[in-house]
Design a protein around this ligand. Structure first.
Ligand code: S6P
Ligand code: ZN
Length: 194
């Protein structure tokens, strides 16, 4: 029989659990809530003037991320709930900034709990994929793909996300170059352009 020696670190974490309301898409007692407002999104949308207008009208919260504090070390997994509010900047659907992972060879799982939209993904080589997001759908973001959520609906787009704790966020060229495709609602119709 193979009896490999199991070593236990001094900083062994105690197991824990939390309640996640899968209907509402909320996490009970998050340790941290990150909020991004319209004014945090300068440079990301095609219609700058429309974003300025939104900021002048009260600078609403664009999206929130509810997190548990977990060591950002290899071996752990980070988990959060990402809540992207519905709305448009001009004709363009509300979206998150989007990022690569600093450790670019790390993947991520998004389980959509509420709402509808897309997980827009791109690689540094110019590939682009818009994967539909809707309640009960899981999207797998493979290593090396930048990813951004886009809300095309009338209610918040809420996902439960899990990814390696050492991944980190690299906002890199996204503020300047963006993604190859954007999502708009024009005359009531969803359009992925160009
Ligand atoms: C983390 C994961 C999400 C996003 C969140 C906000 O890897 O992908 O928690 O951080 O949706 O998006 P962003 O692009 O502003 O970090
Ligand atoms: Zn990520």
């Amino acid at each position: 029989m193979n009896r490999a020696k199991v070593t236990i670190p001094n900083d062994l974490m105690h197991p824990w659990g939390i309640d996640i309301d899968l209907i509402e898409g909320t996490m009970c007692e998050p340790d941290r809530v990150l909020q991004r407002r319209a004014s945090d999104m300068r440079g990301y949308y095609q219609e700058e003037a429309a974003l300025d207008q939104l900021i002048a009208q009260g600078d609403p919260i664009h999206y929130e991320v509810f997190e548990k504090i977990i060591p950002e070390q290899y071996g752990h997994l980070l988990l959060c709930i990402s809540k992207l509010y519905p709305g448009r900047v001009g004709a363009e659907c509300f979206m998150t900034k989007g990022h690569y992972h600093v450790v670019s060879g790390t993947a991520e799982v998004y389980l959509c709990l509420r709402g509808q939209g897309y997980m827009m993904m791109k690689t540094a080589a110019g590939q682009s994929v818009a994967e539909p997001m809707r309640r009960h759908r899981m999207v797998y973001v493979p290593p090396h793909w930048a990813h951004r959520s886009i809300n095309t609906g009338a209610e918040p787009l809420i996902s439960f996300c899990v990814y390696p704790a050492e991944a980190g966020h690299n906002y890199g060229d996204i503020a300047t170059e963006g993604f190859p495709k954007r999502v708009f609602i024009r005359q009531g119709q969803e359009r992925i352009e160009p």
